[in-house]
Design a protein around this ligand. Structure first.
Ligand SMILES: Nc1c(C(=O)O)ncn1[C@@H]1O[C@H](COP(=O)(O)O)[C@@H](O)[C@H]1O
Length: 161
């Protein structure tokens, strides 16, 4: 299976969040690679990853980081491959620090920023799927079916739990 998606994260500690993106890609049969890359701790790794991303066939990069979350923006500065940013929830500031760090990019180098935490990571997987589905009719069908199944699972009325 080729791997059109790169899931990168600033630390091993981000994986419980970022595995939600991977789970969606698994469900939809989309290949991906995973890597720990940090703008702060492994800047050379970030540089290499960004420099080779397009040539290696990556079509979308999902980048998660927490706190001073510079990774998604720095990756966007290094490659034209679209970057979807996931703000990882932090203890001290609940992830608002991550959100603002990822969201407020200067004109010219956008990051498509998701919501804070695991739901944002899952949505990043779905956003990547939507981008890839533009040029992949089979995937488009699988994504439509996934969305229909989710809609069908939503009850019309609340029940006492
Ligand atoms: N925000 C970044 C970057 C970066 O943006 O390059 N590198 C690591 N980190 C973040 O530091 C947090 C704590 O990391 P540790 O748990 O390893 O101390 C993680 O959420 C990670 O994404």
């Amino acid at each position: 299976m080729d791997k059109p998606v790169g899931i990168i994260m600033g630390s091993q500690s981000d994986w419980p969040t970022m595995r939600e993106a991977a789970a969606i890609l698994d469900e939809l049969g989309i290949g991906y690679e995973t890597k720990i890359v940090s703008a702060h701790r492994t800047p050379d790794r970030l540089w290499d990853y960004g420099k080779t991303a397009a040539a290696r066939g990556l079509k979308v990069i999902i980048a998660g980081a927490g706190g001073a979350a510079h990774l998604p923006g720095m990756m966007a500065s290094k490659t034209r491959v679209p970057v979807i940013g996931v703000p990882v929830q932090t203890r001290a500031l609940s992830g608002v620090d991550s959100l603002y760090s990822i969201l407020q990019m200067p004109k010219g180098f956008p990051v498509a920023t998701m919501a804070i935490g695991p739901a944002g990571a899952a949505n990043a997987g779905l956003m990547a799927a939507g981008i890839l589905a533009i040029s992949d009719p089979d995937l488009a069908e699988r994504l439509d079916a996934w969305r229909d199944a989710l809609s069908a699972s939503i009850p019309e009325e609340p029940v006492d739990e």
